[in-house]
Design a protein around this ligand. Structure first.
Ligand code: HEC
Ligand code: HEC
Ligand code: HEC
Ligand code: HEC
Ligand code: HEC
Ligand code: HEC
Ligand code: HEC
Length: 265
């Protein structure tokens, strides 16, 4: 196992789940961490099918199998006959019926159609997609793999978490926010997730904060006089009573404006 006990807590929890997938060697290693939360999970099941190991997938899915060692999830592969359910089958379920039938329909799980397989290890994600505002993954309108590549490189699509790359991902679907704008809002250079939760949020529009705190984390200014809220040298006290910075009729064009440097339409 290549992920050490000093892995961050959420990884440790995931690893404990892996241990419970029945891999003796891993379990021993994890119990010795002494910090795991034990939640019993079942690997994805396919009635009547057995685990055959990732090697048997390469005959027919050569391309994916060749790239897979570069994938984040490939680090979860455990070797040896007791550990065959790891690798491809940790997401696709046991493959014997699929292999024996030469790829027959309905013999293997395709997580594109349902996020359930991902939730088995990423327990907290189900909750995030159940928040009042979320990307419609549970409704089946988009899937985890629209944003995360399971087969190669970083599991974050567009290769890594580079800010511009992440924006590119969001902008493939949200073309209105792309610009170019005559007056751009430099905040977007920090990435869409400066202001938006990618999965789900209690706040409308997936915002990370529901009020002017969203903006003040960057536009905070040393206040000179008590009872004033100075932003950009202008006293905003009367304005903030009228609503949020973007809903009070002041800076509605929060992603960038074609007409006004103060981000108005
Ligand atoms: C003997 C050849 C063969 C082997 C071995 C094989 N597959 Fe397939 N697989 C296929 C064929 C054929 C298809 C259908 C391809 C298509 O529709 O484009 C398929 C489709 C799939 C799909 C998509 C299914 C869907 O419903 O969308 C997945 C996922 C998959 N295979 C995973 C695996 C995994 C994991 C393994 C190893 C355990 C594996 N395959 C081994 C031939 C094979
Ligand atoms: C982390 C989970 C995960 C692992 C591990 C994984 N896959 Fe997939 N696989 C997916 C997802 C998600 C999709 C749907 C991708 C999409 O949206 O098109 C998929 C789709 C597929 C398909 C359908 C064709 C395609 O390209 O969409 C095949 C075939 C496949 N996987 C084979 C494999 C093989 C072989 C391995 C091991 C080398 C593997 N997968 C490992 C999650 C995984
Ligand atoms: C068998 C358990 C398992 C399954 C199934 C699984 N994952 Fe993971 N996933 C993990 C573990 C463990 C890690 C941490 C790996 C690491 O950081 O080395 C991880 C890492 C990730 C990360 C990166 C997390 C980070 O901190 O950067 C993403 C994104 C992710 N998985 C998405 C998915 C998606 C989408 C699916 C379904 C297609 C899926 N996973 C299925 C166990 C799993
Ligand atoms: C709309 C795009 C999008 C969809 C759909 C999506 N994700 Fe993510 N996910 C992201 C982005 C962007 C990040 C990085 C967040 C950051 O760096 O602030 C992320 C981070 C993660 C992480 C690591 C950090 C964390 O929050 O724990 C995991 C694990 C993860 N996603 C799993 C999933 C699973 C499972 C699904 C499907 C049920 C899914 N994601 C669907 C965009 C998406
Ligand atoms: C695969 C396409 C896709 C990708 C990629 C994507 N989204 Fe979305 N997004 C959607 C869909 C579909 C909706 C739901 C729209 C609706 O309900 O009308 C949505 C909704 C939203 C909303 C709420 C819109 C509203 O009017 O309530 C925000 C904000 C958002 N996405 C931001 C992001 C961010 C930030 C990213 C990148 C991390 C991202 N999206 C990536 C498809 C996508
Ligand atoms: C400075 C904070 C901030 C950043 C950065 C940001 N947004 Fe937004 N976004 C907002 C606010 C505030 C709203 C709500 C606007 C409203 O309700 O009128 C919003 C709304 C949205 C909506 C819903 C449609 C709309 O315009 O009301 C989408 C889609 C969206 N943002 C996508 C993105 C994408 C994609 C990125 C990255 C390219 C991004 N946002 C970056 C603050 C931000
Ligand atoms: C990630 C940091 C960041 C966040 C969050 C942020 N901004 Fe900005 N904003 C900037 C930067 C940087 C500039 C350009 C430099 C400047 O004028 O301060 C800017 C410029 C502006 C301007 C233009 C000022 C002018 O007259 O030239 C307005 C208006 C503005 N932001 C409004 C908002 C609103 C409204 C929000 C909340 C929805 C917000 N900003 C959130 C970083 C941010």
């Amino acid at each position: 196992m290549q992920v050490p006990c000093s892995a961050p807590p959420h990884h440790r929890r995931l690893l404990s789940v892996l241990a419970l997938l029945g891999i003796a060697a891993l379990s021993v290693a994890l119990i010795s961490c002494g910090t795991v939360t034990r939640t019993v999970m079942a690997p994805p099941g396919i009635p009547g099918a057995k685990y055959v190991g990732s090697d048997s997938c390469s005959d027919c899915h050569d391309q994916i199998t060749k790239q897979f060692p570069t994938a984040d999830h490939a680090r979860l592969m455990a070797r040896g006959t007791n550990a065959m359910e790891m690798g491809c089958e940790s997401c696709h379920g046991p493959g014997s019926l699929h292999v024996d039938s030469g790829g027959g329909r309905g013999t293997i799980i395709n997580p594109k159609r349902s996020p359930e397989v991902c939730f088995q290890c990423h327990l907290d994600k189900r909750g995030e997609f159940n928040l009042p505002h979320s990307h419609p993954v549970l409704a089946g309108r988009i899937s985890c793999s629209d944003c995360h590549d399971p087969h190669k490189g970083s599991v974050h699509s567009q290769g890594g978490l580079g800010v511009l790359d992440q924006n590119t991902l969001c902008l493939t679907c949200h073309t209105e926010q792309r610009g170019p704008f005559v007056f751009e809002h430099e905040a977007l250079r920090e990435g869409c997730t400066t202001c938006h939760q990618p999965h789900g949020s209690v706040n409308d529009k997936l915002l990370v904060q529901r009020n002017q705190m969203l903006c003040l984390k960057c536009h905070f200014q040393q206040q000179q006089t008590g009872g004033q809220l100075l932003i950009g040298g202008i006293d905003h006290t009367p304005f903030v009573a009228q609503g949020t910075c973007w809903s009070a009729g002041c800076h509605e064009a929060v992603h960038g404006s074609q007409v006004n440097s103060a981000l108005r339409y």
